[in-house]
Design a protein around this ligand. Structure first.
Ligand code: DSN
Length: 478
């Protein structure tokens, strides 16, 4: 392969890094090799473009820039201002949002910014009201202990974890579970789908301050118009965490009732999943919440990462191109082909299929736990993650599900035929894996039996499947 500009850029960077700590340069090379040879079906991962990756590796990283554009706590932020303003402009244009805040370092951070903005907007806490009335840096003078007492137990209603909701939507292992008194809505046990009448009933009983929609393992669309009506009926602020499906919104696959931006008061997202940007987060909102959202740093965030905001700007610019819409549609077409291929071979799928980027296999149909299935697939060169299914009998650690998603393989160029071949590989492994036993002969939720020769064979088939779709084809590090 001729050395081109991308090869030169990455090879030169690795040479410079290797001159200081060769083991790090080696780990970076090894990561590319691993990514190139594995069938990556983790629904929350993707492959960012070379331009996005390169935007992160530079001296923008050296700058402190707490505050917002044109209003910083440090001097010399003119270039960071340019970067942040461009990223926010691309985000507003792409999603049709009035306001975009591009500083959050992750999805959890974006959600924390949104929660504090909602509390500041809605709760009559004198300590917070005093801060709201003043300049952003007065937040450092807030009496945080008084504020915590004044906020009291505010309520949040979000999707339950086993139905596909996310930890940051008020669950105990996350700070949101300490900030809010949380109640969940699940899915219909017969169909696996959100039952909007039940959500409305839960909202009427619980009277939440915040109604959250959004998921990390629900394989269907959510009707955000109906959810907003439910929120309005009880005076709740409606927040959507679109981290998983932001790329489908950006690519106009989710429109109308299924586009959260026109319906929610506030929308959060990560930038690295189906949106295919750098690892990070973002908040979109209307003018009413914009001032509160912009207080994210120093309210709950450390200093912004200018190099990552630069990469967000690059990725968002890419997502505004017409070919991104084609990519987003192919993500869903591929997920549906994968689901159909699995169903045809006898797999049991939560909700019976998908209309987004992910498929949730209920592996109890193969007599396995999620943990056994995840490891057997990994032995066979197929990278997935275990995930709870609704009312999961095996709990959140072992689980009964395998979540698979198509954003990464779609970036790589795989299409409908390859999805069917992938379904065949997954089904082959799962149907030929059996649950193992512990040392005392009792059934184990972790141990499993899979013929290593079969695992090797599937691994080779996975590599052959990928061979026609080189990852980062213009990057040659040899
Ligand atoms: N870790 C992400 C996922 O895999 O869905 C969500 O936080």
């Amino acid at each position: 392969m001729p050395r081109n500009v991308e090869s030169t850029a990455f090879s030169s960077a690795l040479e410079v890094i290797g001159g200081v700590e060769p083991r790090i340069a080696d780990a970076i090379r090894a990561e590319l090799a691993d990514q190139r040879q594995s069938l990556k079906l983790i629904a929350s991962e993707n492959y960012a473009s070379p331009a996005t990756l390169l935007a992160m590796g530079n001296w923008l990283s050296d700058k402190y820039a707490e505050g917002t554009v044109g209003r910083r706590f440090y001097a010399g932020c003119q270039n960071v201002d340019t970067v942040e303003a461009l990223a926010a402009e691309h985000a507003r244009e792409l999603f049709g949002a009035a306001h975009a805040y591009v500083q959050p370092h992750s999805g959890i951070d974006a959600n924390l910014v949104a929660f504090w903005a909602i509390l500041a907007d809605r709760v009559e806490a004198p300590a917070l009201q005093r801060a709201k009335a003043r300049h952003v840096n007065d937040l450092t003078e807030v009496d945080w202990f008084a504020l915590r007492r004044e906020l009291g137990d505010q309520r949040m209603l979000g999707m339950s974890l086993d139905a596909g909701g996310h930890l940051t939507h008020g669950f105990r292992p996350n700070i949101s579970g300490k900030m809010f008194d949380q109640r969940s809505y699940g899915t219909d046990p017969a169909t696996g789908l959100v039952d909007y009448d039940k959500v409305a009933e839960a909202a009427r009983e619980f009277r939440p301050l915040v109604l959250v929609a959004g998921y990390s393992a629900y394989p269907r669309k959510v009707n955000f118009r109906i959810m907003r009506e439910i929120a309005d009926s009880v005076g709740a602020t409606f927040m959507v965490d679109m981290a998983h499906f932001a790329g489908l919104v950006a690519g106009k696959v989710f429109t109308g009732d299924f586009d959260p931006v026109p319906h929610a008061h506030i929308v959060t997202t990560t930038t690295h999943k189906s949106l295919r940007g750098p690892r990070g987060g973002m908040v979109l909102c209307g003018p009413e919440l914009a001032d509160q959202v912009d207080r994210g740093c120093p309210m709950v965030l450390g200093g912004p990462l200018p190099h990552v905001m630069a990469a967000k700007a690059v990725a968002l610019a890419e997502a505004r191109r017409p070919d991104f819409a084609d990519y987003a549609q192919r993500i869903v077409d591929n997920a549906q082909a994968l689901a159909e291929g699995l169903l045809r071979r006898g797999a049991k799928l939560v909700t019976g299929g998908t209309d987004n980027h992910l498929v949730l296999i209920d592996v109890t149909g193969y007599g396995l736990t999620g943990r056994q299935a995840e490891q057997a697939l990994l032995d066979s060169g197929i990278v997935t993650n275990r995930n709870a299914v609704p009312q999961d009998p095996n709990g959140a650690w072992y689980t009964s599900g395998i979540r698979i998603g198509t954003p990464a393989l779609t970036t790589r160029g795989l299409g409908l035929a390859e999805m069917d071949a992938t379904a065949e590989l997954i089904h082959t492994v799962l149907s030929q894996t059996t649950a193992g036993t512990g040392p005392d002969g009792t059934a184990s939720k972790a141990k499993y039996v899979l013929d290593p020769a079969l695992a090797d064979k599937v691994s080779r088939q996975a590599t052959e499947l990928l061979a026609g779709f080189p990852l980062y084809p213009n990057v040659d590090l040899t």
